[in-house]
Design a protein around this ligand. Structure first.
Ligand code: ATP
Ligand code: MG
Length: 431
């Protein structure tokens, strides 16, 4: 049979066997965000195009080349979100969340859509976890946000990821810096790639993170933003570093970190690794003091970060970090005959109420095939329920790994006794 279609290029399916990996990292992210006082925000997958055009910024690659934009039947231009910040900021404004007190702290999990060239670590649909904080200009907030990202990475057991930190100043210091960059790169116009030539006037800072090797070579001797920071930005940056030092978070100041989105001011940072090839940035973030005003709100300094979930999972694989699979079946009840099938439903309900994963045959297989299936799904225990077990009202629960059997009464005590057995066996399968 020929399939009528396949998945869209640059998208990935997460299959049932794999989803525990996602759930594991998402659980840690939820727990850590909570510990830092962030609450989840959920916003729509599409928004009016102008939100991203203004919020992400006209001169960015995302807006210029990567957005999935279409016109609705009503003639509106809408765009699938390329990132999570703009939607969250819109919601904060639309619901006037600042009335409820500042800062506003929100976490999110989003799918993002960017029309990019698909390659390892670069997809057209990918997923981000992020934190957003609105209504604070204190460097303590920058440092705390970075600490939260570090905590997530630590809890995931990742090492070989380093934090690169920079300040790209406020619009004032940046104007001077941009001029210096134009003068510097202006000398090499004949050597710049086409994209960088077009960026030279509008957004010269982007030249610093161009991927072309020749431009990277030129960028090495370019003026450094840290030499152009105004006093306020300089102080802010030193404070951020002071807090990070105090929290024991290690970092390298890298004046070339400029981030891809237009809205950043002052602090910018990336967590980078060498272990997954070219797309080594697993987390990017910083401060965006002008974003809320850009979207029509009053001045509300803000900051945030986003982590790419696919890239994080790649790093975990590359570093050989085992992810516990607690989706495994604790008890499989194989049945012989209709009465046993019915009894199994009663026992299973009780076992499941104890928080354990339990299954039985719902296909209509014979006993042998049922046991084969129990083996295949990696069930920890099995139990065969037939006429004898029903009339004796007891059955043997078998540890599938050791073959050890334990007799349990099939009465009200069954689920509890099974739970205890499962636990004393030092099970990693209980949920
Ligand atoms: P890059 O320089 O890798 O293109 P970016 O600056 O476009 O990244 P952000 O917009 O800051 O990335 O997104 C935050 C994180 O989301 C990135 O650090 C990365 O982990 C992830 N990410 C971004 N684009 C993609 C993509 N196309 N596929 C998979 N993950 C992505
Ligand atoms: Mg990008």
């Amino acid at each position: 049979m020929a399939l009528i279609t396949k998945k869209i290029k640059g998208t990935e399916d997460v299959l049932p066997k794999q989803s525990y990996r996602w759930q594991f990292i998402e659980k840690i992210m939820r727990e850590e965000s909570k510990a830092y006082g962030f609450k989840e925000i959920r916003t729509p997958v599409f928004e009016h195009t102008e939100l991203f055009a203004r919020g992400v910024g006209q001169t960015t690659d995302v807006v210029q080349k990567e957005m999935y934009t279409f016109t609705t039947k009503g003639g509106e231009s809408v765009t699938l979100r390329p990132e999570g910040t703009a939607g969250a900021a819109r919601a904060v404004l639309e619901h006037a969340l600042d009335n409820e007190g500042l800062p506003i702290k929100a976490s999110y999990f989003v799918s993002c859509y960017r029309y990019e060239k698909p390659q390892a670590g670069r997809l057209r649909e990918f997923h981000q976890f992020g934190l957003e904080e609105y209504g604070t200009q204190s460097p303590a907030a920058d440092a705390e946000l970075i600490c939260a990202a570090q905590s997530v990475l630590d809890r995931l057991g990742l090492d070989q990821i380093h934090l690169e930190l920079n300040s790209i100043g406020c619009p004032e210091c940046r104007a001077k810096y941009n001029q210096a960059l134009r003068e510097y790169f202006g000398q090499f116009k004949d050597r710049l790639c086409d994209t960088c030539l077009s960026r030279l006037e509008k957004n010269p800072m982007r030249l610093l993170d161009c991927k072309s090797p020749q431009d990277q070579e030129l960028a090495k001797d370019a003026p450094k933003i840290t030499d152009y920071l105004c006093e306020e930005c300089e102080n802010h940056f030193s404070e951020v570093k002071r807090y990070l030092d105090s929290a024991g978070v290690e970092y390298t100041v890298n004046p070339k970190i400029v981030r891809g989105l237009d809205y950043y001011t002052k602090t910018v940072f990336e967590f980078v690794t060498d272990c997954i090839g070219a797309q080594g940035t697993v987390c990017g973030g910083g401060r965006y003091d002008g974003l809320i005003e850009e979207l029509g709100g009053k001045h509300m300094p803000s900051l945030g970060f986003a982590m790419g979930l696919e890239r994080l999972l790649m790093v975990m694989d590359a570093q050989g970090i085992a992810i516990p699979d607690d989706d495994k079946c604790a008890l499989y009840i194989a049945t012989m005959g209709d009465d046993a099938k019915v009894k199994a439903f009663e026992l299973l309900r009780r076992v499941r109420e104890c928080g354990l994963i339990a299954e039985t045959d719902v296909v209509g297989r014979g006993l042998r095939a049922q046991m084969k299936y129990a083996d295949k799904i990696g069930a920890k225990y099995s139990l065969v329920l037939g006429d004898n077990e029903l009339s004796d009202n007891k059955a043997k629960v078998k540890n599938m790994e050791t073959g050890e059997q334990t007799e349990l009464a099939l009465d009200e005590s069954f689920a509890e006794k099974f739970s205890v057995l499962n636990l004393t066996d030092n099970s990693s399968f209980s949920i």
